[in-house]
Design a protein around this ligand. Structure first.
Ligand code: KIV
Length: 289
């Protein structure tokens, strides 16, 4: 395990103050969390995108609190030091402030999270305030909010028109005033992201597909490594094609087993001659008895 120091909220704000962009990635399992810990990734989001990337649903809506807690626990085991954010799934916070506090508390108590994230602006500000007042750090999420994909008319850029952009600016202020210490802007135009970043006073801004001006960047792990088979969003840069590497490996395994190339002596275990002879004698004795 690396000698990393634990990433905390003061550590993150210090980076903002120093103008050092913050790195944030999604993660859903133990081995990937282990690698992200080694790479020094500062924030990890166990996103409800796991419904699509890990469970094969067509949207994030079917994801439950139980799904989220199980995956978040595994990620924490792999990465003890990254700042771990649990993503509140659909209907875990929308019904009431009480449901929001209870479920946010589960992420903290059962999965050792450092914070939670939820989607929505002014209309969710009371939930954010309730979670914050309960002593749980909370991150807002504006722009393309996948839990509202139907209402938004699909996975598309948000805030291209002035009126919608103004609403996003107001939403960001409302979340900040309600106590969010950070806000994620997903798929908003770069200059809108810059404007909101410049106006942030008591929170910092993270961007996903929203340009270079935010205080840090978030990417979906599966998009970075060619691991999501259905599509690759334009905003995602592929940093390595792990999907291709794995597919070639799988084809190799299929071929080698069929042709007898695998396994080789290195891949199996033997038994001493005398033990094997004794085994045969024992079995013969049983058959005769
Ligand atoms: O669930 C998730 O991974 C997210 C990102 C799309 C921001 O919320």
């Amino acid at each position: 395990m690396s000698e990393r120091k634990k990433v905390t909220i003061p550590v993150l704000f210090k980076k903002v103050q120093d103008g050092e962009p913050i790195t944030w990635l999604t993660c859903y399992d133990y081995p990937t969390a282990f690698l992200q810990e080694q790479a020094g990734i500062e924030m990890i989001l166990v996103g409800d995108s796991l419904g699509m990337t890990m469970l094969g649903y067509e949207s994030t809506l079917p994801v439950t609190m139980e799904d989220m807690i199980r995956h978040t626990q595994a990620v924490r085991r792999g990465s003890p030091n990254a700042f771990l954010v649990g993503d509140m799934p659909y209907m875990s916070y929308q019904p009431s402030t009480e449901s929001a506090i209870r479920n946010a508390g589960r992420f903290m108590a059962e999965a050792s999270c450092d914070a939670v994230k939820l989607e929505g602006g002014v209309e969710m500000a009371e939930r954010v305030r309730g979670i914050h007042d309960a002593g749980i750090p909370v991150i807002g999420h504006l722009g393309l909010t996948p839990q509202s994909v139907s209402a938004l008319g699909g996975y598309r850029v948000q805030g291209r028109g002035a009126a919608q952009a103004k609403k996003i600016v107001e939403d960001a202020k409302a979340l900040e005033e309600a106590g969010a210490f950070a806000i994620l802007l997903e798929m908003v135009p770069d200059r809108l992201c810059q404007l909101i970043t410049e106006r942030a006073e008591n929170c910092f801004i993270m961007g996903l597909g929203s340009g270079p001006h935010a205080h840090g960047q978030l990417l979906i792990y599966h998009d970075m490594f060619g691991l999501y088979p259905r599509f690759k969003p334009r905003m995602a840069k592929v940093f390595g094609n792990a999907g291709e590497v794995i597919l070639n490996g799988l084809k190799g395994y299929q071929e080698e087993v069929k042709t007898g190339v695998f396994p080789q002596p290195d891949n199996w275990f033997g038994i001493k001659d005398e033990e094997f002879d004794e085994l045969l004698t024992l079995l013969k004795g049983e058959a005769n008895g």
